[in-house]
Design a protein around this ligand. Structure first.
Ligand code: PBG
Length: 325
């Protein structure tokens, strides 16, 4: 007697059923492309630890986003490199800041592109922490919330389609929601980095965004990689505070968290395939140790299968090209 799996396998081989019974689809429509925007002369500055990723001037950001959109990628996620950094992160909420300028340029050139902005202070503070640091080295949560809300409002005013707080301060989603509402941005959704782990996989990003903390680490506000229950609690709390999409980050070491957050919240879930995950694939592929296309498609399918609706990845354009062929 043949087992059902065997019978299906035969049909699958014939190619007839393969598409019909596939449980998970990976298409460019699920992808979001992170972009690093810089001011000034340098049009494109390579990021050493992330081959293929560059910091882009505003005009190059517009060009890059246009290419992504043509490949079927609906959304970009913006990170800014400000002209100057200070203790108050003033570049983050400057209406003429790098992200604000980039959002306006992007929305003018590509009105249908979904422009999401990362809301955090770490690339704008002289010390590289995600919040305001007090004299004793601790973080002032409430003051940080004020500055984060100002940042989100200035992004929304520039035309951002959604804001994505990645700072992990307590109560930030509620603070952003109520202040966005009060300023007339009731329709701007919040994509909350809800389960953001204190991860070594962010290393290359900190080179790209020039945001490595000058002292200490982020363990007082990012999550312990050992905790999945807590991740679910954080996500539920964020939904209660008004998050429209919740995010898990990094992606591959946390697929169980993606699944649990999806099942617990039943809201759209994004998973961030972060810089270190990207760098590992690029390094192994350039050494000839792995087949990049196969590995990336399998990994991203796995992230989708775990329950992610949206996959944020630096491979987005390559994936869209591979899928088109
Ligand atoms: C800012 C932020 C970080 C990332 C996204 N937003 C870095 C960090 O927390 O140090 C990491 C993204 C990546 O590694 O690709 N708080």
């Amino acid at each position: 007697m043949a087992f059902p799996a065997t019978r299906l396998r035969r049909l699958r081989k014939s190619g007839v059923l393969r598409g019909m019974i596939r449980e998970t689809e990976l298409t460019p429509a699920h992808l979001m492309l992170p972009l690093f925007v810089q001011l000034g002369e340098g049009e494109r500055t390579p990021v050493e630890a992330m081959p293929g990723v560059e910091r882009l001037s505003i005009s190059q950001t517009v060009a890059e986003a246009g290419e992504a959109q043509e490949l079927g990628i609906p959304a970009v996620l913006l990170f800014g490199l400000p002209a100057e950094k200070d203790e108050q992160a003033s570049g983050a909420y400057d209406d003429e800041g790098v992200v604000q300028l980039a959002v306006r340029a992007l929305k003018e050139a590509h009105p249908k592109l979904v422009v999401v902005t990362d809301v955090c202070l770490c690339a704008y503070t002289s010390h590289g922490h995600c919040g305001v640091v007090l004299e004793d080295g601790t973080i002032d949560n409430d003051l940080s919330l004020e500055l984060l809300a100002k940042t989100a409002i200035s992004h929304a005013a520039a035309g951002a389609d959604a804001v994505a707080p990645s700072d992990m301060m307590d109560g930030r989603v509620g603070a952003l929601r109520s202040q966005l509402d009060a300023e007339g941005f009731k329709d701007v959704p919040i994509v909350a980095y809800s389960a953001k782990f204190a991860s070594s996989f962010y290393g290359p990003f900190r080179e790209a965004a020039d945001s490595a903390p000058a002292f200490g680490d982020r363990r007082s506000y990012q999550m312990d990689p050992a905790n999945a229950e807590e991740a679910v609690r954080e996500a539920l709390l964020d939904v209660e505070e008004g998050a429209d999409v919740v995010m898990v980050k990094p992606a591959l070491p946390y697929l169980d968290v993606v699944r649990r957050v999806k099942e617990a919240t039943r809201v759209p879930v994004a998973a961030y395939n972060v810089s270190g995950e990207y760098a590992m694939v690029k390094a192994a592929a350039s050494a000839g140790y792995i087949d990049e296309r196969g590995v990336v498609l399998e990994a991203l399918t796995g992230i989708r299968r775990a329950g992610a609706d949206i996959v944020i990845t630096y491979h987005a354009k390559e994936v869209a090209e591979w899928l088109r062929r």
